[in-house]
Design a protein around this ligand. Structure first.
Ligand code: AMP
Length: 225
């Protein structure tokens, strides 16, 4: 099963992707993470991508598609995977269809004020990438990761001026994808406004969709046998 997770920045894609990975075993492919790895390695692609990422702009499609293709070519992806952060526009969705069948698209729906609060307070561990929030999920010691002791930092693209830009790009470029996938009958909306303390309300909705889809996929396989 190939799953796509769509949501504005701060909608919780990373959190729910982790849940889906743990429960269903699908590898979690985040194009944002793949690009940040390239930036950290200072590869040619990373140096180019950084110019766009630090301003909250979308990285050119051909660069993202290159990192994505090389990741999903690895053996762990052969039975399906979860895409987080890709596609970000209709052109990327059309490119994706050339080499992949999409099984289901989960759209995380969160009001703008919740998004702004989540993003501006978010802190990430430089070492293990664990995510905290200055109020909602504070670390035991300020600035230090509870899990590995690494340094917590605010990503360049989570600074207020850049957040506004990312949200604008989401509205203009990524939102049209909802209509695109809805017309194909692949879109499922998840009400994801709840805080982390009520995360089960979100996970149960995701579970219901994925259970239904996996039953459908099993039934299809039986018919074709
Ligand atoms: P994310 O971690 O998904 O919020 O992505 C962080 C940044 O990486 C985005 O603001 C973009 O600059 C870049 N990025 C991630 N995925 C894509 C994509 N599919 N297309 C273009 N840029 C992307």
């Amino acid at each position: 099963m190939n799953i796509i997770l769509i949501g504005a920045p701060g909608a919780g894609k990373g959190t729910y992707a982790k849940f889906i990975k743990e429960k269903y075993g699908f590898p979690h492919i985040s194009t944002g993470d793949l690009l940040r790895e390239e930036v950290a390695k200072e590869s040619e692609l990373g140096v180019e991508a950084r110019k766009y990422m630090s301003e909250g702009k979308l990285v050119p499609d051909d660069l993202v598609i290159r990192v994505l293709k090389s990741r999903i070519g690895l053996p762990d992806c052969k039975n399906g995977f979860l895409l987080d952060g890709f596609p970000r526009n209709v052109l990327q969705a059309r490119e994706l269809e050339k080499f992949l069948d999409v099984s289901v698209v989960l759209s995380l729906v969160v009001p703008k004020e919740v998004i702004l609060d989540r993003l501006s307070g978010r802190r990430t561990c430089r070492n293990c990438k664990a995510i905290f929030h200055v109020r909602n999920i504070p670390p035991k010691k300020e600035g230090v990761c509870d899990k590995c002791g690494g340094e917590l930092y605010q990503r360049d693209d989570e600074k207020p001026e850049v957040i506004e830009n990312r949200l604008k790009i989401y509205e203009e470029q990524t939102k049209p994808l909802l209509d695109y996938y809805s017309k194909k009958g692949l879109l499922y909306e998840i009400d994801a406004k709840y805080p982390i303390s009520e995360v089960d309300k979100i996970l149960s909705q995701i579970d219901a969709v994925l259970e239904e889809k996996s039953r459908e996929e099993k039934a299809k396989k039986l018919i074709w046998r």
